[in-house]
Design a protein around this ligand. Structure first.
Ligand SMILES: Cc1ncc(COP(=O)(O)O)c(C=O)c1O
Length: 399
């Protein structure tokens, strides 16, 4: 099943083998239609106008907040719209930095995307706090046992990914969060890769914050979500100031609205927010548990097939889902990727904005095939055929 009607990019490129959803998924026709509806039928600003069209736009916008909240088992007021996972992760880090002092410790891992670790590097440099890395096990997994080794009374923040964008493996975040909370540490989870593939219940995981991007889960670009437990979220100060987030403005001081609005300064991504609910409704209709099963099966199939090819090195674990990183031994991934492109296979090559893990793997980068609900076994078989061809082409250089 290739979902021709649901994804116009597939319809317009029927031979495309799209294996780069980890970078950005294909966009749904219903999302595009909804954006079009906004622009053509009621394309005005939200939360400001005292006229019918503005009420319609505002209701549509706020309805998405409700849909996202329900999707995560959160409260509506716990959902902040941002411009992406990166801005959500930066928002929470910068807001939390007020509460970080010299000698405090922030736990992270080399599995992180740059957007989940670099904000804390800055805080640590500015505040004299310490960035502590959970050691990975031999396979590249983040384990509860290793987390216990770095958790101390000085831990203030635990910033970890739920799913690596290079290895595709998942983090035992529920157990980690329980331990972190025993030390009164705040847990910030990066869900950019996990939320598109698996059912996430924030109440069950009990994380304090969760960030993710709409464009990796069939939705529009330029939009992200920050979930925050209300008490925590509302205790933070905003980092952007301006229209709509303020309450009373005086000459030398102003007051802010309550969360989530105090974190949404200026005219928001109106069309994107309004359309995003279509992506979530679609994912729910397909059933996230079934999506996970499908993506996991295809991923493990790809891993096993790639491992069987002489000259190929695969970087993956038993929990890898949706992401397969690999290299043709001794061949730079950028050189290898040209072969795939010639065969109409879109995949990514490089460090994937996660240099710490590629360094940990001892490589400059990897080829990365990322899999989503519209992929099927034939896509993986084409990836394998192209890999055999690439190995043959580079055979004199393979080490
Ligand atoms: C694990 C992870 N975190 C964060 C991000 C950042 O997402 P965005 O570029 O949409 O802000 C990405 C994007 O690839 C990611 O894979």
């Amino acid at each position: 099943m290739r979902y021709y009607d649901d994804f116009p990019v597939i319809k317009n490129n029927p031979d495309l083998v799209y294996l780069d959803s980890g970078a950005s998924s294909l966009k749904l026709q219903s999302v595009i239609d909804k954006m079009n509806e906004y622009y053509t039928k009621y394309g005005v600003n939200v939360h400001r106008g005292v006229y019918q069209l503005s009420y319609i736009a505002s209701d549509e916008y706020e309805e998405t907040r409700e849909v996202v909240a329900k999707f995560l088992n959160a409260k509506t007021k716990e959902i902040v719209f941002t411009s992406g996972a990166t801005s959500a992760l930066n928002l929470v880090a910068r807001s939390l930095s007020e509460h970080i002092n010299e000698g405090d410790e922030i736990i992270t891992s080399v599995l992180e995307h740059h957007s989940s670790v670099m904000p804390y590097q800055e805080i640590c440099k500015n505040k004299g706090a310490k960035l502590i890395y959970v050691p990975l096990d031999k396979k590249g997994n983040l384990t509860v046992e290793n987390f216990k080794k770095v958790l101390t009374d000085k831990t203030k923040v635990v910033a970890l990914t739920l799913m690596s964008n290079v290895l595709g493996n998942t983090t035992p975040i529920k157990e980690i969060t329980k331990l972190a909370h025993e030390k009164n540490a705040i847990v910030v989870a990066d869900g950019a890769q996990a939320v598109p593939h698996m059912k996430i219940d924030v109440k069950d995981l009990d994380v304090d914050y969760l960030a993710f991007s709409a464009h990796k889960m069939l939705g529009p670009t330029g939009l992200g979500v920050l979930y925050g437990k209300y008490k925590e979220l509302n205790s933070l100060n905003p980092i952007e100031f301006g229209g709509d987030m303020n309450d009373n403005v005086e000459l030398y001081d102003s007051t802010f609205k309550e969360a989530p609005y105090k974190f949404e300064a200026g005219t928001p991504k109106i069309a994107e927010v309004i359309a995003f609910k279509e992506a979530i409704k679609y994912l729910e209709k397909q059933d996230l548990n079934k999506i996970y099963e499908h993506d996991y099966e295809l991923t493990q199939y790809a891993i096993n097939k790639l491992k069987a090819i002489d000259g190929v090195e695969v970087y993956a674990t038993e929990s890898s889902c949706g992401i397969v990183s690999f290299n043709i031994k001794g061949i730079h991934p950028h050189d290898a990727s040209t072969i795939y492109d010639e065969k109409g296979i879109a995949l990514r090559a490089g460090h994937h904005c996660a240099q710490l893990i590629t360094k940990w793997l001892g490589v400059t980068g990897t080829l990365r095939a990322s899999i989503y609900l519209y992929n099927d076994y034939s896509d993986i078989d084409k990836l394998i055929e192209a890999t055999v061809v690439a190995c043959e082409y580079f055979k004199e250089w393979i080490i």
